[in-house]
Design a protein around this ligand. Structure first.
Ligand SMILES: Nc1ncnc2c1ncn2[C@@H]1O[C@H](COP(=O)(O)OP(=O)(O)OP(=O)(O)O)[C@@H](O)[C@H]1O
Ligand SMILES: [Mg+2]
Length: 262
């Protein structure tokens, strides 16, 4: 069934609820999420631990089905994994027996794309994330931050229209995180993709996004939407500006209000 939508919306959740059934009863992870992600936009979802961020991303990835409501891509219900979507998880989960280049090529191979073309694209992406000289190395020969970069390159190798990112920098130190934020922005700008990014980090959300949506504690719902006005490309120095501090203050305030809401 195709739903009514504006032409601008690429990802959409409407009144989306998710209940997990466990041996100890059911857990309502999401309690009626309404979210529109415009085509070409970078949208972050921020909320406290356990509020349902990863669950929401898994719904958009087609790995889970909603218990109520709908999740859609380009107006059509999401019924399973979609080749238009690339995913980056918290841990890059690289295959240790494959080289960096072979790891990046995994999604392209799974989709039966032309090998030569994909290899050329993978090499370009590795250069974009600063790993041009490491294509033939194995993951164990890379630092944690370098492995995360391989994960970002792998997410993009099959040229997905939509990027889903679940705290891809959460295991990193602050400096590497900032470096990778800039790299992710560059990847996103160079390919004009639609991105949905979940994070705990107010600064990460504010730096990367066109729009930040704030989730309530579980069962998660969207309780605030904040547009980010800074021009792109954004240098790291934007983190030091008064405007940035005001914006992160606004996001923090919305998170606090969500946490104390009756
Ligand atoms: N497979 C599962 N089975 C049962 N309950 C689950 C499952 N996955 C998640 N949950 C529950 O759903 C809720 C939301 O989990 P989710 O992983 O989506 O939260 P999150 O916002 O991503 O948290 P975090 O920031 O810690 O990663 C939690 O209360 C969790 O216990
Ligand atoms: Mg999570």
């Amino acid at each position: 069934m195709r739903a009514r939508r504006t032409d601008q919306t690429l990802l959409q959740a409407s009144d989306t609820s998710l209940v997990y059934r466990t041996r100890n009863g059911s857990i309502t992870a999401l309690g009626g999420v309404d979210l529109d992600v415009p085509r070409g936009a970078f949208v972050s979802v921020i909320g406290s631990s356990g509020c349902g961020k990863s669950s929401l991303l898994k719904l958009f990835a087609g790995l889970l089905r909603p218990s109520r409501g709908a999740v859609r891509i380009d107006g059509a219900d999401i019924v399973g994994p979609d080749r238009r979507v690339g995913i980056a998880f918290q841990r890059p989960t690289l295959m240790p027996w494959k080289t960096v280049l072979q790891n990046v090529l995994v999604p392209a191979a799974a989709q039966g794309r032309d090998r030569k073309e994909s290899q050329h694209h993978a090499e370009t992406l590795l250069a974009l994330v600063g790993l041009a000289g490491f294509a033939s190395n194995f993951p164990r020969e890379l630092s944690g931050g370098m492995q995360q970069r391989v994960g970002l390159a792998r997410m993009m190798v099959h040229e997905p229209e939509v990027l889903l990112l679940d705290e891809p920098f959460s295991a990193l130190d602050a400096l590497t995180r900032e470096e990778l934020m800039v790299e992710l922005q560059r990847l996103w700008l160079s390919n004009a993709r639609t991105a949905l990014f979940v994070t705990h980090s107010i600064a990460e959300a504010a730096f990367l996004s066109d729009r930040v949506v704030v989730m309530s504690p579980r069962p998660g719902r969207i309780v605030a939407t904040i547009d980010v006005p800074f021009e792109r490309p954004r240098p790291l120095s934007v983190l030091e500006t008064v405007g940035f501090a005001a914006l992160t203050g606004q996001i923090r305030h919305a998170l606090d209000a969500a946490a104390t809401r009756p």
